[in-house]
Design a protein around this ligand. Structure first.
Ligand code: C5P
Length: 192
């Protein structure tokens, strides 16, 4: 009846899954609820919460060479999920949240992690925040996008990315999410 979620269409992640498959990869796509059909010939695992996504990822991760984290995972979840509809009442409504696991951080912190590519959606100081995230989460690569630019990113079929590694920074100009996914994976394979 009521929900709290992060804003994301899933289009970038699905474009990457499709591009990776086209480029010859065996793809496992762990996805929250979206309104797009999955690419053919991939393994799809559907989840509805960050905890389920974490468990599905961790279950399969030892068999993966590359982990790409494109989902807009909620950092917090309700501490108690009501079993009945929350009714309107006068005054304030107070909800308590507890932290969700950081899936990407958990993958990168493993003893022998796969190559990790994370995403950073930012509205300001995009490169600074992305670089900090790359270092804090111990990633191999991060793709940053400025979600304040109109017509790009959220729910759009187009996006633009700045791809950052420890020693490199490459801008991928605005293009369809599929075309960007191909370019992104070419960059990834040159770093892998
Ligand atoms: O939320 P944040 O901006 O730090 O997300 C950066 C990266 O971390 C993204 O690739 C996202 O998919 C991943 N992430 C995650 N688990 C979370 C939060 C974010 O894997 N709980």
């Amino acid at each position: 009846v009521r929900y709290i979620s992060n804003h994301s269409s899933g289009k970038m992640g699905y474009a990457i899954a499709q591009a990776a498959r086209t480029m010859g990869a065996d793809v496992t796509l762990v996805s929250g609820p979206v309104n797009i059909s999955p690419p053919a010939n991939i393994k799809l695992i559907g989840v509805t919460s960050a905890q389920e996504m974490h468990d599905a990822v961790m279950h399969d991760i030892q068999q993966q060479d590359i982990f790409i984290a494109c989902a807009a995972v909620a950092d917090f979840r309700l501490a108690d999920i009501p079993t009945h509809k929350v009714k309107k009442k006068d005054g304030m409504l107070t909800l308590s949240f507890e932290q969700n696991p950081d899936i990407l951080k958990a993958v990168a912190a493993q003893a022998s992690p796969p190559f990790t590519l994370g995403f950073a959606a930012e509205t300001n100081d995009v490169e600074t925040y992305a670089k900090a995230k790359l270092e804090r989460k111990k990633l191999n690569m991060i793709a940053a996008n400025d979600v304040s630019l109109s017509g790009l990113g959220f729910n759009s079929d187009r996006n633009a990315l700045t791809v950052i590694t420890k020693n490199n920074k490459i801008s991928l100009p605005a293009a369809s999410k599929y075309a960007l996914a191909i370019e992104l994976l070419k960059l990834l394979s040159s770093e892998y």
